[in-house]
Design a protein around this ligand. Structure first.
Ligand code: NAP
Ligand code: MG
Length: 407
């Protein structure tokens, strides 16, 4: 069989612990036998980030901006324990944070649905993709613990010295204060990333804030989205038959619970933090959540939503068998290969990505799966596989499906 040829390299960001082990297995079993894989490799494993003073992370983000598509393995975000464990020069920042800031990107998370792993919400038939605005609001706040009576004001001093003041509260006793901000630039980037992704995936886009209560702050989010939609995206949405839908956040939450799925839900920073955990746990398993970072200019970085699965890695190091789910990492690869195929006009690459997705889902639906899924499946005749054997079974399924037609 001739291997599928690529034109432009994918930016490959290797990572840490158990997912680094899976990364290698996926490449060897599921990719290299079929695709003449062209990648520009960056080792974001913690040891190498430390050796390069984290320059490798910056280089990988610049390469992503240059080529347009990256695939990333989960990486350790160092804390005090990791500084000791890896003898780090300093507590390097989260690679995801660094890359997100350089790409000015928005993260879209979506579950992979398979028969036998049913969402807790019975009417969710299709994935709900959650987009979280990852800048500002309560995450970049300023807070004061008010000790006693006094006047609290919000003050803005312009560069020319003019002031705008707003009374917050006349305190008669102790209390608390919080100041938050966001920028039109960041909200606009978020809006464009959401509209682009909706067009890209041909799904409706929902957005919600509390603009009835927050008449300037939240209302600005609503207005920025609407202005950008009307002037830049409305025609393309209508041509595709998809919808931009704005409502109040409490109404959105109520509607999501009754919906069938199959749309993108754009959330402000805090709403996204809370709702993405609710939506992903209700869909079944963190190991079945995909994640893609999309820049407002249309640069894509694909990854799994979960971390490096540290506990499994330590078992692996002790020579014990692991049953770690590689599905989200496989889908990160197929997402990236499909996007590369689309951009470079290589149909065979897109078909290969579809075939590998289908083989992965078919393998699970036939009862062959890792332990995390076996614990929650409604299927009765289940074979629990170890990390390596699950990947081998996917390869068998794919080979049995035949090549070329994606069926
Ligand atoms: P985690 O790696 O997501 O794993 C938490 C637990 O969830 C695991 O112990 C495991 O449960 C289960 N799990 C997650 N993915 C699984 C999979 N593919 N297959 C089977 N079970 C899976 O989170 P963590 O242990 O809190 O974090 C470990 C490291 O990952 C940290 O250093 C953190 O900084 C990093 N992290 C990176 C990213 C990223 O790069 N995007 C995201 C999150 C965390 P059981 O142990 O019960 O089997
Ligand atoms: Mg959270």
């Amino acid at each position: 069989m001739d291997k599928i040829q690529m034109k432009t390299p994918l930016v490959e960001m290797d990572g840490d612990e158990m997912t680094r082990i899976l990364w290698q297995m996926i490449k060897e079993e599921l990719l290299l036998p079929y695709v003449d894989l062209k990648t520009e490799y960056y080792d974001l494993g913690l040891a190498h980030r430390n050796e390069t003073d984290d320059q490798v992370t910056v280089d990988s983000a610049n390469a992503t901006l240059k080529y347009g598509v990256a695939v990333k393995c989960a990486t350790i975000t160092p804390n005090a324990a990791r500084v000791k464990e890896y003898d780090l020069k300093e507590m390097w920042k989260s690679p995801n944070g660094t890359i997100r800031a350089m790409l000015d990107g928005t993260v879209f998370r979506a579950p992979i649905l398979v028969k036998g792993i049913e969402p807790c919400v019975r009417n969710w038939e299709k994935p709900i993709t959650l987009a979280r605005h990852a800048y500002g609001d309560v995450y970049k706040n300023a807070e004061i613990k008010v000790p006693g009576a006094g006047k609290a004001e919000l003050v803005f001093t312009a560069e020319d010295g003019t002031e705008v003041r707003e009374l917050i509260h006349n305190f008669t006793g102790a209390g608390i204060l919080q100041g938050m901000h966001n920028t039109d630039k960041s909200i606009s980037s978020f809006a464009r990333a959401c509209f682009n992704y909706a067009i890209d995936t041909k799904q409706d886009l929902w957005f919600a804030t509390k603009d009835t209560i927050s008449k300037k702050y939240d209302h600005t989010f609503k207005d920025v989205f609407q202005e950008i939609y009307d002037s830049e995206y409305k025609e393309r949405f209508e041509a595709l038959g998809i919808e931009y839908f704005y409502t109040l956040i409490d109404d959105a939450v109520a509607r999501v619970m009754k919906a069938k799925g199959g749309f993108i839900w754009a959330c402000k920073n805090y709403d996204g933090d809370v709702m993405s955990d609710m939506v992903s746990s209700a869909f079944g398993s963190l190991a079945m959540m995909t994640s893609v970072l999309v820049s407002p200019t249309g640069v894509y970085e694909y990854e799994a939503a979960h971390g490096t699965v540290q506990r499994h890695y330590y078992k692996h190091l002790k020579g014990e068998e692991t049953s770690t789910n590689s599905v989200a990492t496989i889908f990160a690869w197929t997402g990236a290969l499909r996007k590369r195929g689309e951009l470079d006009g290589i149909g065979a690459l897109c078909e290969f990505a579809d075939r590998l997705d289908k083989a992965t889902i078919t393998t699970i639906e036939s009862g062959r799966m890792t332990k995390d899924l076996a614990q929650i499946t409604s299927l009765t005749d289940v074979t629990v596989l170890n990390s390596q054997d699950f990947i081998r079974e996917i390869r068998k399924t794919m080979d049995a499906m035949g090549e070329g037609n994606g069926n």
